[in-house]
Unconditional design. Structure first.
Length: 87
């Protein structure tokens, strides 16, 4: 609820701090996503977190989502290192 109250509208989106995307948004959205995955019915039906739902929707529908949330197999000591790419 507190995050929902902190979110402010900026043209075309919602942000947690000062009406612009900050590291706070980038750090928190995966946890909000996990909360929704754990209890999608409660999350989706909660009318008191409408700004938070729109904010999360931006991240899960963003082109960067697939790169950031890339699923990899668990690492083993014999594996070569895996590096993310900014391309």
């Amino acid at each position: 609820m507190e995050w929902n109250e902190r979110i402010s509208f900026c043209p075309n989106n919602y942000w947690l701090v000062k009406g612009r995307e900050t590291i706070a948004d980038l750090a928190v959205w995966p946890f909000v996503r996990q909360y929704r995955i754990a209890d999608p019915i409660s999350f989706d039906e909660d009318t008191e977190i409408s700004k938070l739902k729109k904010w999360l929707e931006y991240y899960v529908t963003n082109m960067r989502f697939e790169r950031v949330m890339l699923k990899l197999k668990p690492w083993c000591p014999k594996d070569k290192p895996t590096f993310s790419s900014s391309n």
